[in-house]
Structures are given as structure tokens and as C-alpha cells.
Write a protein that binds this ligand. Structure first.
Ligand SMILES: Nc1ncnc2c1ncn2[C@@H]1O[C@H](COP(=O)(O)OP(=O)(O)OP(=O)(O)O)[C@@H](O)[C@H]1O
Ligand SMILES: [Mg+2]
Length: 275
């Protein structure tokens, strides 16, 4: 047997496409995008799972209204994902209390991720959406090593400060041979309710030029709206709570783009490079 750890990327039976949502920078809206993308894919008729791989700061239990829930173990000894808003949900947040710190070394992380992939009864899924922690660290590498990822969605806010970090994430995905589906520009603008004028909240950086130069797609521009944050706090994602809002429509557009790309994906994923 080969010693290359990347050879161990066995597909998860029953799961058609694995998508990761990441970015180099913290707080740009990865979890918000992951949750709403998953909801939007579900609304278009797909079977969808949502996995919180942000083991250091899991936020999906709160955002999906599943705080203080504990998944059950079924008769086969598999962990049963929670069902919330029609999504199958798994998070390290179910294993540790909110506020408790997870301090893990690489091998423990590797084992926990393996459990999330192999010991959770995901069943048949069209998409498993994985919310990654910020940065280009162990978790993203572990996911890339463990399972064949169909594509990455990179979240960025408009300013160059965020772009610098997003570039690092894109570089990492390229090196891991994970196809980059494109970038979501989050908190792109705010619409003044008084006069419908678009207000730029962050200085517009070089994202558009960068995407053009690299031939990457901007998958969606999600406006800023306090309702997005309120929805998350209340545990009902925007796509569910206010489906006709411009923010929810932007997430629907993102899901459509991902769906179109999914048609092109072959079952055969390219062999990843050693990092
Ligand atoms: N379009 C938006 N409009 C308003 N608030 C938003 C929007 N997108 C995200 N937020 C808010 O910004 C904060 C950060 O978002 P989120 O937790 O999704 O980011 P993250 O990138 O996952 O963060 P972390 O790096 O900590 O995992 C949250 O309070 C969220 O509700
Ligand atoms: Mg997050």
C-alpha cells in the first residue's frame, strides 16, 4: 500500500458532492454562507448535509437552532446527525459545551474528522457542505486528505485586507487540487432603506481585478443587512426566515451557480498534490 496519505481519500458512500466553504480571514461570513448555501440547495430539492468543521469555534448549533442538542447513536453504532430545517447537521459543538475550548493536536483532529465522515449516518446526500475554520491550517488539510472534495467556495469581504487572506486560502485549495468554484463577496454593500441607495461599507479593493486575472468566478454578492445576523442568532437561517429578501436571493443564486457546476463535475476527482 502506498504511504501517500492523499491516497486514502475514499469517497463517502451515499454522498455525491462535498463542498467546502472557507477563507483565510476570520469573521467574513463563512458560516453564514455555508448555512444559507446548504438551505438554498435544500430548497431547490436536494438532500443536503451540513458539517461544522470549525472545531475550535463551532457556530452551526446556534445558527441552526440546535444549541444544547446531543446527537443519538443508532443501533449500528453510528452517530445520527440532527435534523434541522430539513438539513442533516453535525458539529463538534454537539460534543463540547459552547464556550469550552477544544485543544487538540493533529492526530486527534485527524481522528475526529474521520469520525465525522465515516461514523455519522449521513445517508444519501446530494451535497455535504462543510464550514471550515478561518485560515489555512490543519482542518482544511485534514478534510482534503480524508475525502474527495468536489469544490471550494471562498468567502471574502470587499476590502483588500480580506483579499490578502482569501488569496492564501485560494492558494491552499489550488495546492490541494481542490477545484475553486468561485468567490462569494459578502457584506458587499448595504441598501439605504430611505432611498434604496447602495452604500459601500468597506473600501472596494482589488477583488474583481484579481478574479479576472485568475479566471475565477464571483458566485454571488451578498448585501449586508442586520437581519442576516439576527437570523443567525435566532437559529433560523435567512433563506428560511426571509426567503424573498435580497440577501436570501443572493444565497439562492449561489446555490444555482453551484448546481450548474455540479453538473460538470465528473465522478473522478484529480489526484491531489502533496502540500
Ligand atoms: N451579509 C451579512 N449581513 C449582516 N451580517 C452578517 C452578514 N454576513 C455575516 N454577518 C455577521 O457577521 C458575523 C460573522 O459571520 P460568520 O460567523 O458567518 O463569519 P465566519 O467567517 O464564519 O467567522 P469565523 O471566522 O469566526 O468562523 C456574524 O455575526 C454574522 O451574523
Ligand atoms: Mg465560522
Amino acid at each position: 500500500m502506498s504511504q501517500n496519505p492523499f491516497d486514502r481519500q475514499a469517497p463517502i458512500p451515499g454522498i455525491k458532492h462535498i463542498l467546502v466553504v472557507g477563507s483565510g480571514k476570520g469573521g467574513v461570513g463563512k458560516s453564514t454562507v455555508a448555512v444559507n448555501l446548504a438551505m438554498a440547495l435544500k430548497k431547490s430539492g436536494h438532500q443536503v448535509g451540513l458539517m461544522d468543521a470549525d472545531i475550535y469555534g463551532p457556530s452551526l448549533p446556534r445558527m441552526m437552532g440546535a444549541l444544547q442538542q446531543k446527537p443519538e447513536v443508532n443501533e449500528k453504532g453510528q452517530i445520527q446527525p440532527l435534523l434541522r430545517h430539513g438539513l442533516k447537521l453535525m458539529s463538534m459543538g454537539f460534543m463540547v459545551d459552547e464556550g469550552a475550548a477544544v485543544v487538540w493536536r493533529g492526530p486527534m483532529l485527524f481522528k475526529a474528522m474521520d469520525q465525522f465522515f465515516r461514523d455519522v449516518a449521513w445517508g444519501e446526500l446530494d451535497y455535504l457542505v462543510i464550514d471550515l475554520p478561518p485560515g489555512t491550517g490543519d482542518v482544511a488539510l485534514t478534510v482534503a486528505q480524508k475525502v474527495p472534495v468536489s469544490g471550494a467556495i471562498v468567502v471574502c469581504t470587499p476590502q483588500n485586507m480580506a483579499l490578502i487572506d482569501a488569496k492564501k486560502a485560494m492558494d491552499m485549495f489550488e495546492r490541494l487540487r481542490i477545484p475553486i468554484l468561485g468567490v462569494v463577496e459578502n457584506m458587499s454593500y448595504f441598501v439605504n432603506p430611505e432611498n434604496q441607495e447602495r452604500i459601500q461599507l468597506f473600501p472596494q479593493g482589488d477583488l474583481n481585478n484579481y478574479l479576472k486575472a485568475k479566471n475565477f468566478t464571483k458566485l454571488a454578492e451578498v448585501p449586508f443587512h442586520p437581519h442576516v445576523a439576527l437570523s443567525s442568532e435566532a437559529g433560523v437561517p435567512m433563506v428560511e426566515s426571509q426567503p424573498d429578501s435580497p440577501e436570501a436571493l443572493a444565497f439562492q443564486k449561489l446555490a444555482q451557480e453551484v448546481g450548474v457546476k455540479a453538473i460538470d463535475w465528473s465522478a473522478e476527482s484529480p489526484a491531489p498534490l502533496q502540500p
